[in-house]
Design a protein around this ligand. Structure first.
Ligand code: ZN
Length: 181
């Protein structure tokens, strides 16, 4: 099922998301729905607050058939209760967008490498290192769980230039190919 994506201005995007347990209601269905919602919107990552749920869950991956030519390839993952344990000192700049902030793309600095601990969908714990684009996408989605958005990270001058676009999103004037809320 495709879920509506909550856009900039919805308070849920600014909440610090709560950890969940195995008993979270209909968790397997929710994860499937989040992947479907992300693929439908042509995104590469989606965090639960973006579908209105302030819980610590994120999914990453490109839609079936779109692996070729994507920097993620066939990398697909759902992370429950992730914790970034370390960020590399090396920082890289790269362009980002966000399904909750349609029509805006900006350069953002991210750690080149991270170490993250998370539970998979069976609640087995993993600690893994990621670098480059995967590390960028993970950091972007992880930020959502902390109530942070990539537009918070742009320079003050860029933020000033974005102001009217962000206001338009808040006013519901954003145009998207997917359902928003
Ligand atoms: Zn985002």
């Amino acid at each position: 099922m495709i879920l509506p994506i909550y856009t900039y201005g919805n308070p849920v995007l600014r909440k610090i998301a709560e950890p969940i347990t195995k008993d979270y209601p209909q968790l397997p269905e929710l994860i499937v729905n989040m992947f479907d919602t992300m693929y439908n919107a042509d995104g590469v990552g989606l965090a639960a607050p973006q579908v209105g749920l302030p819980i610590r869950l994120l999914v990453i991956g490109v839609g079936p058939g779109k692996e070729e030519g994507s920097e993620l390839g066939n990398f697909r993952i759902a992370m429950i209760n992730p914790v970034i344990l370390s960020f590399s000192d090396e920082v890289v700049s790269g362009e980002e967008g966000c399904l909750s902030i349609p029509g805006i793309h900006e350069s953002v600095n991210r750690a080149q490498k991270i170490v993250i601990r998370y539970n998979d969908t069976d609640f087995n714990e993993h600690t893994e290192e990621y670098e480059g684009y995967k590390a960028r996408v993970i950091q972007h989605e992880y930020d959502h769980l902390e109530g942070n958005l990539f537009t918070d990270k742009v320079t003050p001058i860029r933020r000033q230039l974005l102001k009217s676009k962000l206001t338009n999103i808040v006013k519901g004037k954003a145009r998207t190919s997917y359902k928003i809320k």
